[in-house]
Structure formats: structure tokens, C-alpha cells
Write a protein that binds this ligand. Structure first.
Ligand SMILES: Cc1ncc(COP(=O)(O)O)c(C=O)c1O
Length: 361
């Protein structure tokens, strides 16, 4: 069960950070790890696990809350009352940001750009409505006029400050290993979009003394999503910590593997492997993924298992980091009406959905 945190493990390990780094608790966090025994049997391997960041918050789970604990603390410490960020029309990051802005009495807005439309995109737009996210529909975030009263957050929240959420997450994993909850993973698979999640984990591996190989799976375009993007962000995140503790070790780049093979060429475009992976994990373990990030990442994990000789990886520990929210919004969604969204995006609900092999599920 999640423990009740008073402060990030990172502050416990490096106490001076508390004075230098903004942080506010937004969720119980410390997410559980779970063994995927049915899938292990199906795949012929013995140690397959999931890190349940889907349970990071009862309000809106997934990976973003870890970053937002640092970023929204920064916004409130600096006296901002409004926060703006950006993403695709179906952005989980924008929904997550709005959720926790509501909790802190900050007014959220989201600059949303086109992406392939799925029912997941529609649902997230309705959640933007539910969480009172003011929507600006354009793919040019940079050109939106800047207002000095607004705290601007990069898409995905992948700044050095935000990435600390995942440095901390690596320490959390280390504690779970020390407690005997999970063996030290040989391989960890995680989705990379704006790359901060992977960058934070990689740096965190060194700080937590984990030898795990990080498989960061491409789900978006370079320059935001690439081997170099992860490396660059890990370095910048290290620099932020090194201001307070110059003995902090640098990210172990040799532990990073960047996997481009499951992207499918377009952000948000469902791929057949991704769709199949979403179905498999749902049927076997009742875990719900989506097709933009986590489906492609789980497909990469399956591809890795299938491509390797069973003998070599049968007893290796493989961890899938589930970065997708699992709060069920079904009741809420049925009460929301897309006509209350800005007129210029009504087409998202009015045009028929493309059949990616998904919509009937
Ligand atoms: C479900 C999910 N997984 C993974 C990611 C990627 O995280 P990052 O942007 O830190 O690479 C996102 C980003 O929005 C996401 O929504």
C-alpha cells in the first residue's frame, strides 16, 4: 500500500535540497509494484512486473503528478495564480495539470495541437472541460501572447525541476527492492514523450545505485524525444541538483537504451503492435493502457521478450512502468457535453472516428 509521505525521498537523502527546491505534496504516491503472473506464463518468463504509477493519485493518476509536485510548488511559491501548458488535443499532461491546479486554486489553461482522433482524445477533452481547463486550440504554443501573471510550463512538464519527480521515483523503486517487494530489475521499460520521465529515472538509477538498463520507448518526435533528449535532460537535471550537492553522481548514459522501433512515425497514431499490446495486457492482467504512450511501450517490451532467446532472459527481471491514469471517469464523462467546449474543436466529436481497430473495444 502507498505510504503517507511527508517529503520526497530525495530530500531525505539530501536534506539541503529542501531549502533550495520547491515541492508540494499532491498525492499519496509511493506506488505499488505487482508481478504479472499470467503474462509471465504466456510469455514463458519468470519475473515480469509492473510499477503502478496509474495509482499515483486518486484524482488523476499516471506519471505527471510526480513532476507537478515540483512544478506547481514553483508556481505557487512565485505567487502565480494561473498556469498554462501545452500538448496534443488528447494530452494527459494537460488534464493532469488542470486536475492539480484545481486542488491548489490555480487557474489552468492548455494550448492544444492537432493529433489523430481516438475516443481517448475525446474523453480527455471532456476531462479538460470537467477540470475547467481553458483551451486554446493552436499548434503554435510559442506564439501564444505571454502574460506576466501566468506560469508557463513546457509540454510534458519536462524541465529539470519537473524531472526531479522521477529521480525521486528511482529512489522509491530502490526502497521497494530493499524491502523485498521486487528484485532489482534488469530492464525497465518506460514511455518517452517529452523525455523527462526517462531522464529523471536514468539519473535516479545512479543516485539509487541501480544497475537496471532503461529502455526508453519513443512515442513522440525528436528533438523532444530521442536518445539525446534523454541524455540532455538528465544532464540538466543533474546540474540543478549539483547546485546544492556537487557530489551528486552523473546519469549513467551506458544504462540507456532508446527504442525507436514502436513509434509508428506519428505522435498519437495507434499502431497495430500497440493495439495488440493494449489488448493482451487487458485480457491477461486487467490493466488498461492507451495507444499513444503505454501501448507502444508495452509493445516494445513484448518485442524485446520475443526477440531474445528465452534461455537468456527467462530469469531476468523486467519492469514495465505504467505511466497512464486509471481513475475511472465513466460516470463523469456521461454527464459532460462537448458543446460546452470551444466551437472550433466540436469537429473532434462530430467527424466519424477512424477505425484503428480500437474503437469497438
Ligand atoms: C501516459 C503517458 N505516459 C508517458 C508520457 C511521457 O512522459 P514524458 O513526457 O516525461 O516523456 C506521457 C506524457 O504526456 C503520458 O501521458
Amino acid at each position: 500500500m502507498p505510504e503517507n509521505r511527508k517529503k520526497p525521498l530525495l530530500f531525505e537523502k539530501y536534506p539541503d535540497l529542501e531549502a533550495d527546491i520547491p515541492w508540494i505534496k499532491l498525492a499519496p504516491l509511493r506506488t505499488p509494484v505487482k508481478k504479472l503472473t499470467i503474462l509471465e506464463k504466456k510469455l514463458g518468463i519468470n519475473s515480469l512486473w509492473v510499477k503502478c504509477d496509474n495509482l499515483s493519485s486518486p484524482l488523476y493518476g499516471g506519471n505527471k503528478v510526480r513532476k507537478l509536485e515540483f512544478l506547481l510548488a514553483d508556481a505557487t511559491d512565485k505567487g502565480y495564480k494561473k498556469v498554462m501548458t501545452a500538448g496534443g488535443l488528447g494530452s494527459n499532461h494537460c488534464v493532469a495539470t488542470a486536475t492539480f491546479c484545481n486542488q491548489l486554486n490555480l487557474k489552468p489553461s492548455a494550448v492544444l495541437a492537432d493529433q489523430p482522433i481516438t475516443s481517448h482524445v475525446r474523453n480527455n477533452l471532456l476531462l479538460d472541460l470537467y477540470f475547467k481547463n481553458k483551451i486554446i486550440y493552436t499548434d503554435e504554443y510559442d506564439k501564444v501572447p505571454r502574460d506576466p501573471d501566468v506560469y508557463y510550463m513546457v509540454p510534458g512538464g519536462s524541465t529539470p525541476l519537473g524531472n526531479l519527480g522521477f529521480v525521486n521515483a528511482a529512489l522509491e523503486l530502490k526502497n521497494q527492492i530493499n524491502n523485498g517487494d521486487i528484485p532489482e530489475p534488469d530492464y525497465l521499460f518506460v514511455a518517452s514523450g517529452s523525455s523527462g520521465t526517462a531522464a529523471g529515472l536514468l539519473l535516479g538509477f545512479k543516485i539509487a545505485e541501480l544497475k537496471t538498463k532503461l529502455h526508453s520507448v519513443q512515442t513522440s518526435f525528436a528533438p523532444y524525444c530521442s536518445f539525446n533528449a534523454v541524455r540532455r535532460l538528465a544532464k540538466k537535471t543533474w546540474k540543478l541538483l549539483a547546485k546544492s550537492y556537487n557530489s551528486i553522481p552523473k546519469a549513467p548514459i551506458e544504462q540507456l537504451n532508446f527504442n525507436k522501433d514502436y513509434f509508428g512515425g506519428e505522435y498519437g497514431l495507434p499502431t497495430q503492435e500497440g493495439i495488440d499490446a493494449v489488448k493482451l495486457i487487458k485480457e491477461a492482467e486487467d490493466i488498461t493502457l492507451e495507444t499513444t504512450y503505454t501501448g507502444k511501450t508495452f509493445a516494445a517490451l513484448l518485442g524485446f521478450v520475443r526477440a531474445n532467446e528465452k534461455k537468456k532472459i527467462k530469469d531476468k527481471t523486467i519492469l514495465f512502468w505504467n505511466t497512464y491514469n486509471s481513475r475511472d471517469f465513466l460516470d463523469i464523462l456521461t454527464k459532460l457535453d462537448y458543446h460546452d467546449l470551444p466551437q472550433e474543436i466540436h469537429w473532434v466529436f462530430e467527424n466519424p472516428l477512424t477505425d484503428f481497430g480500437l474503437e469497438k473495444n
